[in-house]
Design a protein around this ligand. Sequence first.
Ligand SMILES: [Zn+2]
Length: 123
Amino acid sequence: MATTVTTTEIAAAAGVSLRTAQRWAQQGKVAAVKQHGRWIITVPAQLDDYKPHQIESARQAIEQRAILPSTRRPGMWTAVSSNGTTHYLVHANACTCAAGLKGRRCWHRAAVAILTAAAHRAA
Ligand SMILES: [Zn+2]
């Protein structure tokens, strides 16, 4: 199942400005449709196994750029905890947060699934 993202999320995923992401949508560089004045972009992210509140947390973190690609390790992402003191290392299939270390799905991994799909779409 695919999911939809905003230009803000695409911008964060691709590391570009919001203006650039909006231009991509206008020029058809990403699969975008305009709904109620906002661009809605479809990306092939698999989020069926995540709970709605996890997806919501993931989206907020993406918009706030609280989860960013690791510059040293391709495919790895760094997430900042909500109080800003702890950094977690996140991969599509693993995470160093408390839930992740117990093998549970966490919203960090949901965020990486969205970001990976969005970045791939924007490339
Ligand atoms: Zn996690």
